[in-house]
Design a protein around this ligand. Sequence first.
Ligand SMILES: CC(C)(COP(=O)(O)OP(=O)(O)OC[C@H]1O[C@@H](n2cnc3c(N)ncnc32)[C@H](O)[C@@H]1OP(=O)(O)O)[C@@H](O)C(=O)NCCC(=O)NCCS
Length: 148
Amino acid sequence: MNPEVTLCLPWSNQHPHFKDIVSLDSRLMAQSWDDKQWEGGENFSVFALRDIKTIGFSIYQIAPGDEVAHLLKIAIEPSYRGSSVTQEFWEVMLMTLRAKGVKKIYLEVEVTNKRAVGFYKRVGFKLLHTAKAFYQNGEDAHKMELAI
Ligand SMILES: CC(C)(COP(=O)(O)OP(=O)(O)OC[C@H]1O[C@@H](n2cnc3c(N)ncnc32)[C@H](O)[C@@H]1OP(=O)(O)O)[C@@H](O)C(=O)NCCC(=O)NCCS
């Protein structure tokens, strides 16, 4: 197994990995996106993690001229989690974001998503603030940041 990381730019619903990523999103994410949220994809940087098929993805929003990337989503197939695959995926993303001039990554995550919070802490994210009832379902969010 030798998974590859691809930066999917320009991102659009014509992209060859688009359907795979939408399908992973609906299976793996607690708050998956509807069609409308996938529109406007030209503003995203999307990384696809591929083995024989797409096994993970991440999506960042980087405003033009901004040094902060907002991590909107990251997900990896359960059978690949907890292995070096996650770490390698993360390191390639960091290298690519640095090369794009990004200096910080910012994110929000449900406080109950213990595994994701554990992952973010492990790679060095610091807790900025916990926002009460941040999500539509009433859940609180940790707002976190990492200097890269
Ligand atoms: C978030 C995600 C990409 C992280 O990848 P991963 O391979 O699971 O991450 P890792 O195993 O490298 O790291 C998780 C860390 O959290 C820890 N952890 C796992 N379960 C935990 C729990 N219930 N409570 C606290 N910590 C936990 C692990 O021990 C690990 O830390 P360690 O390596 O120091 O032991 C993956 O879990 C995923 O796809 N989750 C579903 C989608 C999602 O929720 N995405 C985040 C919101 S956008």
